[in-house]
Design a protein around this ligand. Structure first.
Ligand SMILES: *Cc1c(COP(=O)(O)O)cnc(C)c1O
Length: 390
């Protein structure tokens, strides 16, 4: 049986797949079982942040794999301690809690916010405000945190205590807040929601409002983090410091990791036995993340992400069939003049360009070390595909 048939027979059908089996990758290119080459501007949904099989990265990971591949959280682990130190020294945060995915990092942030409030105000202050069109994960609680009705089906009862307000509407948020509110959670750029970049004034005002009310501001940086937007974390564009951020996708460079970071005032909230996960702080995964952070946190690297984002946006804006382009660094949403984005993405894949969608937009999240020549190549395939489709 070939892979496609086996997949259909034995894997639960929770994803619609492109009709391609990827068997290997090198740099920004992936190859299928027939050796056909694909330029990948999706990087596994922002995960392969240094592309496929970056030599330094695979070396760092393999070295750790051949040293010690796992120990439980009851023992000290140098790659995890190094990674936590690195994250804290590169950000305004003081403590890190490791997990294995974005949803888990958000679960941790939600537990932290509720416990902070419980410890300080008692058990009736536990509600969390989230934005419409947000995406925070697929666990029962992070589905609750996700402000899209389509996700609030089938799995009742959902975790209580979430309310939803429109983005960039400070009055709506102020009205929604009450004595029971303990946190606000938002993405600076809504990724799955359609690459919606929040207004600077709004985010600043939310920060001030939260500070005034001792409501924790959680920024979900699962997709925007790890240099994706040209800053190590997207909140840096807004001139604010959140109380908590969550990071995942690109952090492990292709291996599963999630982390929740908090400021000094929250450092002791999650006390012994209040949170944990077996695979969190895995040394192999942390070795990969240490390698990734060393590269992407360099100021020159971050500047290049910004420059390449601008370059790509300008190129895309002159393509026939594209109505508008919005980006922060190399997080790019492409609004089409007409046509179904999913169908066009499928055609792009046939033409050798791995691209994804976000709502009615095409979305690019290329590896951050992609070159301008490779971006030209991506735009050329997209242009050709749009010509064929429209
Ligand atoms: C992908 C994503 C998540 C969920 O991450 P998983 O690793 O799939 O659990 C949460 N928040 C945002 C903003 C995301 O883009």
């Amino acid at each position: 049986m070939n892979t496609k048939d086996k997949d259909s027979q034995y894997i639960m059908h929770t994803y619609g797949r492109y009709d391609v089996e990827l068997v290997r990758g090198e740099g920004v290119y992936a190859y299928d079982e027939n050796g056909k080459k694909y330029l990948d501007v999706s990087s596994g949904i922002g995960v392969n942040i240094l592309g496929y099989c970056h030599p330094g990265y695979t070396e760092a990971v393999a070295k750790q794999l051949n040293t010690i591949q796992h120990m439980s959280n009851y023992f000290y682990c140098k790659p995890a301690a190094d990674l936590a130190e690195k994250l804290c020294s590169l950000t305004p945060f003081s403590r890190v809690c490791f997990g294995n995915s974005g949803a888990e990092a958000n679960e941790c942030a939600i537990k932290l916010a509720r416990k902070y409030s419980f410890d300080k105000y008692g058990n009736d202050r536990n509600e969390i405000i989230t934005l419409q069109n947000s995406f925070h994960g697929r666990t029962v609680t992070t589905l609750s945190a996700t402000g899209q009705d389509v996700f609030h089906n089938y799995f009742f009862p959902f975790t209580e205590g979430f309310s939803y307000v429109p983005a960039n509407d400070l009055d709506a948020l102020r009205l929604s807040a009450n004595d029971k509110t303990c946190a606000v959670i938002m993405e600076c750029v809504q990724g799955e929601g359609g690459v919606n970049i929040l207004d600077k004034d709004y985010v600043k005002a939310v920060r001030d409002f939260c500070t005034e009310k001792d409501i924790l501001l959680i920024i979900d940086e699962v997709q925007t983090g790890v240099a994706r937007t040209g800053k190590l974390y997207a909140f840096e564009h807004y001139g604010i410091v959140p109380d908590v951020i969550t990071t995942a996708k690109g952090l492990g460079g292709g291996l599963p990791i999630g982390a929740c970071l908090c400021t000094e005032k929250l450092k002791d909230v999650l006390s012994p036995s209040t949170h944990g996960t077996t695979f969190g702080s895995n040394p192999v995964v942390c070795a990969g993340a240490n390698y990734v952070l060393d590269i992407v946190s360099k100021p020159e690297f971050l500047q290049e992400v910004t420059d390449k984002g601008e370059y790509l946006k300008n190129k895309l804006q002159s393509v026939n069939g594209i109505k508008s382009v919005r980006n922060l660094g190399l997080m790019v949403g492409i609004e089409l003049e007409k046509g179904d984005a999913h169908k066009i993405a499928e055609k792009c894949v046939e033409n050798g360009l791995l691209i994804i969608t976000a709502k009615s937009l095409l979305r690019m999240l290329p590896p951050l070390n992609i070159t301008c020549a490779q971006l030209d190549e991506a735009v050329a395939i997209l242009e050709k595909t749009l010509k064929e489709c429209l």
